[in-house]
Design a protein around this ligand. Structure first.
Ligand SMILES: Nc1ncnc2c1ncn2[C@@H]1O[C@H](COP(=O)(O)OP(=O)(O)O)[C@@H](O)[C@H]1O
Ligand SMILES: [Mg+2]
Length: 251
């Protein structure tokens, strides 16, 4: 069974239908991409799945739990984590510090456990070890002590990916992770995502506009237009689908 099951999701803004009955079934440990022309509803769908917006109809089940009406925070706690189109790290903290505070299980932050220093000392060591391992995976180990506001745009995207992994995400939602990133670094980011997906069995749903770069990294594509899924399947078939081709004309 899929890790994320979406059925008949609807969303209206005023009289305008933006999501018009979306169905999706997503299996664990694969990279899914959501494509479609501007205004087709991709960001709205990511907002609805992540709990930022409530749908007007339909159902969303993640990892066996009905999350349809859960907000951002509760959805995040089920292991479904969204990174933001514009990275929002803690700008004056280092990469390592940003990773450590993104960890969900630091008991030193708990009011009751804070005095039990021996307990959180162990946690802290484990969290730092995890942070170093994930930093290695996303390619930021050399920037461990760099204050995040001094990272390049592409490195900030990698920071965001690493922070999502630190939160023990089972599935990561990304909205245009390579927007504004040069092609070399964009390939590097997708290459990291591929490796993380395979090694950690994390599932990805990624909205992407730059098909020339992104498509080769997808296991499966959903193509949207005007609030509907108009085609889905393997990348080569989907981009040749007449409705998909037509929807991109005039962009
Ligand atoms: N908060 C909102 N209020 C009203 N209309 C919105 C809102 N968010 C998005 N829309 C409209 O929904 C449509 C889909 O937008 P969006 O989901 O951002 O598309 P995409 O990410 O595919 O470019 C657009 O017509 C947009 O103007
Ligand atoms: Mg968008």
């Amino acid at each position: 069974m899929g890790i994320l099951l979406i059925s008949d999701i609807r969303k209206h803004f005023g009289g305008h239908t933006v999501l018009d009955g979306i169905d999706m079934e997503i299996e664990e440990g694969k990279i899914y991409q959501l494509i479609g022309p501007n205004g087709s509803g991709k960001t709205t769908l990511i907002n609805v799945i992540s709990g930022m917006l409530k749908p007007d109809g339909g159902k969303i089940v993640f990892d066996g739990q009905d999350i349809t009406t859960k907000g951002l925070y509760d959805t995040f706690n089920t292991g479904l984590v969204r990174t933001w189109q514009i990275p929002q790290p803690f700008r004056t903290l280092t990469t390592l510090e940003n990773f450590v505070i993104s960890s969900g299980d630091n008991s030193g932050e708990s009011f009751l456990l804070a005095p039990l220093k021996s307990k959180w000392k162990d946690d802290e060591k484990k969290i730092t070890d995890d942070a170093l391992e994930i930093m290695e995976m996303v390619g930021l180990i050399k920037q461990k002590d760099t204050v995040s506001q001094n990272l390049s745009g592409g490195q900030q995207k990698l920071l965001e990916l690493g922070r999502a992994m630190m939160s023990s995400a089972k599935m990561i939602l990304m909205d245009e992770p390579i927007a504004g990133v040069n092609p070399t670094l964009a390939h590097e980011i997708f290459d990291k995502i591929s490796k993380i997906c395979k090694k950690q069995k994390i599932t990805f749903l990624i909205v992407e506009h730059r098909l020339d770069i992104a498509l080769q990294y997808a296991d499966y594509i959903f193509a949207m237009n005007q609030g509907k899924i108009i085609a889905q399947g393997n990348p080569n078939d989907v981009i040749k689908h007449p409705e998909v081709v037509e929807s991109y004309l005039g962009e």
